[in-house]
Design a protein. Sequence first.
Length: 354
Amino acid sequence: MPDAFDKLAFETAQMARIGWFFGQKLLAARLAKPVPIPEKFRGRAMPDRRRLLSDLWWLIEQDWQNIANGIYAAPEDWRGSPLDGLRRVADFFADLRAVEARRHGDPAERLLSEAPAGHYPRYYLRKFHFQTDGYLSAASAERYDHQVEVLFGGGAAAMRRQALVPLRAALLGHDKGPGAARLLDLGCGTGAFLREVKRNYPRLAVTGLDLSAPYLEVARRRLAVWSRVELVEGMAEAIPAPAASFDIVTALYLLHELPGRVRRAVAGEIRRVLKPGGTLILVDSLQTGDEPDYDALLDYFPHAFHEPYYASYLAKDLDRLIGPGFTPEARSIAYFSKVVTYRRGGLPPTSHNM
């Protein structure tokens, strides 16, 4: 059972982490040219730095409570060489000039005109977040996690970990235990979430699906020490798996990056591959009304960070999207994110094809 010293060590590490990434966020904002606020957003209040840091620390406190209660293991922060961390900072700021050029330049520069070989849907051929190469280069894959941590001031990993709370509940409710369950992570990217899953449930069979071969390569390195891991290059709207293949489906920060028609197709595929009685866990951006003080900032976000499908996501009714036959089980707020859990109707699974 963690004691007061463990909590102090955790909080000290998290304060250092927030200082490290939030400091880079502030420096990047100082170096960047502000994006003009569209007329329709002017006059609307946005949360200030004090509010953001207060809400971020509330997330860290919730993270600790989950760890103290044995819901998941403490994170392995500050792993790796300090020199590697400094190299990532240098790379982030070196790329910032190109990001700024796209943010304020010709909108055509936001598209991938020279995509690598492969069958990629048109909606995917964009430089999401203005990042160099979009999701389709090794350099982008190496840079991505650092970029996201800077964007959220050191809170991205803690937001992802909140999906481990409903995951634990789903596995405790599974009739044959974690070793007999199968999990599918849609849009698994560099495998950051699946790494936390395997740290906590090494016997759980997991499949990660993503469109980006370079991002999957990073995921393979992250997950190489564990067995029962499958990583598949493919589209979430056409999952290469039989019906009723998985006991749990997770999708972290996927839905807001899809156009509406594709979002609906992905929901249909989730309904197809999830077993009766199975669990769907969504972690994604807050939506309009979830935290009213953040609404103006959410509306402004796609203009400042090139999220072409984000506005339609903000207004989307997730319960209606997931469709009939799914019962919402839990909802929670985690800083800029929301965690929503659904249970598919029908009897719980009693046999598995492993």
